[in-house]
Design a protein around this ligand. Sequence first.
Ligand SMILES: *[C@@H]1O[C@H](CO)[C@@H](O)[C@H](O)[C@H]1NC(C)=O
Length: 225
Amino acid sequence: MASSLLSILLLVALSSPPWVVLAADDDGTTHLHFFMHDIVVGSNPTAVQVVKGPATAGSIVPGLAFGDTMVIDDALTETSSPTSAAVGRAQGFYMMSSQSGLVLMVCANLLLTSGDHNGSTLAVVGRDDVAADVRELSVVGGTGKFRMATGYVLWKTSSMSGPDATVELDVHVRTATATGTGAIDGGGSITTGASSGAAAKWVGAGWVSACVVAVVVAVVGSGVW
Ligand SMILES: *[C@@H]1O[C@H](CO)[C@@H](O)[C@H](O)[C@H]1NC(C)=O
């Protein structure tokens, strides 16, 4: 009797972990691809210097010093052409934060203004080593469709014209919702069937674990071993 109980317990124990892992791994990763236009020169700059680093810090490259900080409201577009379809804005700042090279500390909100993600934002923070071919920055959060987002951005200079730059962004994010279809309701909570389905699976897995513990305790307690 004890051995048949044990095999049932073993079956339950062995069958529940992959189920749980599948539910956790199944949350949708969203991939976004667009270009950012950082315009410093001309009559309509989207990047403006707001802090000048102290001269004593020395110049890293001509015209740029440690501590220099730019505030940005850069256009995000579908292709590398600045006149291609607008998809959003990159709003934030970048700061010259290395004493030994052209390295920026980037801190920006990517606001999406088109399609399915209109109005949602992604919070991006990271180190931009301008000399590197591809840089990786962190997605540390988000709002709207991207609430609870985590992920990364691959950041690649597409072209330069003087200090003006076009940067290619590949964003990979995972949100709290299973399919990324969550919408904000009036109360500000996410409403999505997929999300509650995943939650139900987790609750189910927890219930199975509790049952396994309860039965093990009962078997041990009854002294059939
Ligand atoms: C995005 O949302 C804003 C505010 O709700 C709206 O005014 C605008 O028309 C929308 N844009 C697109 C392209 O859907």
